[in-house]
Design a protein around this ligand. Structure first.
Ligand SMILES: [Zn+2]
Ligand SMILES: [Zn+2]
Length: 155
């Protein structure tokens, strides 16, 4: 009798590649921090001008434009989270493994028995959702394609 498939999957999944991924992870963190340094003052200036000046002063319009341009470009200037094992971008659609816990017990959106807005992990209970602007509401610790262990804190 053949062994159940799950055992095959479990033995190959979640290979620990944190060391090989460390440079990508730190580049990503650095860039995200730089982006925050640009965006946070812009948000403060924008809301200050909206709240305390009934008629927006001359600088409100340019601040508004720069803020949205930075938001749009933000995603592009972040380095891609290329998985050292499968060489694919781990920050893409959920494919097979939960990026939070590395389990393959995912319930996909198109599962006919359940109506789900987002893929959901049965092992850790995390809903793998995004904000309307595309910002992830979950962290990437594991590669969703091959299940490799990428980063302990998550990106
Ligand atoms: Zn999970
Ligand atoms: Zn991978």
């Amino acid at each position: 009798m053949a062994l159940p498939n799950k055992i095959d999957v479990d033995t190959v999944r979640n290979e620990d590649v944190r060391e090989r991924f460390a440079r990508t992870a730190s580049a990503y963190r650095r860039r995200r921090a730089q982006l925050g340094l640009v965006l946070v003052p812009l948000v403060i200036v924008f809301w200050y001008s909206v709240l305390f000046h009934p008629r927006p002063p001359w600088f409100a319009a340019p601040v508004f434009i720069v803020f949205f341009a930075a938001l749009l470009l933000g995603k592009r200037i972040l380095p891609k989270l290329i998985c050292p094992t499968c060489a694919r971008d781990a920050d893409r659609e959920i494919v097979r493994f939960c990026p939070e816990c590395g389990s393959s017990e995912l319930q996909m959106k198109d599962d006919e028995k359940h109506f789900l807005l987002w893929p959901t992990c049965k092992a850790c209970g995390q809903e793998l959702s995004k904000k309307r602007g595309g910002q992830r509401l979950y962290k990437i610790r594991f590669c969703t394609r091959c299940g490799a262990y990428l980063d302990e804190r998550g990106l």
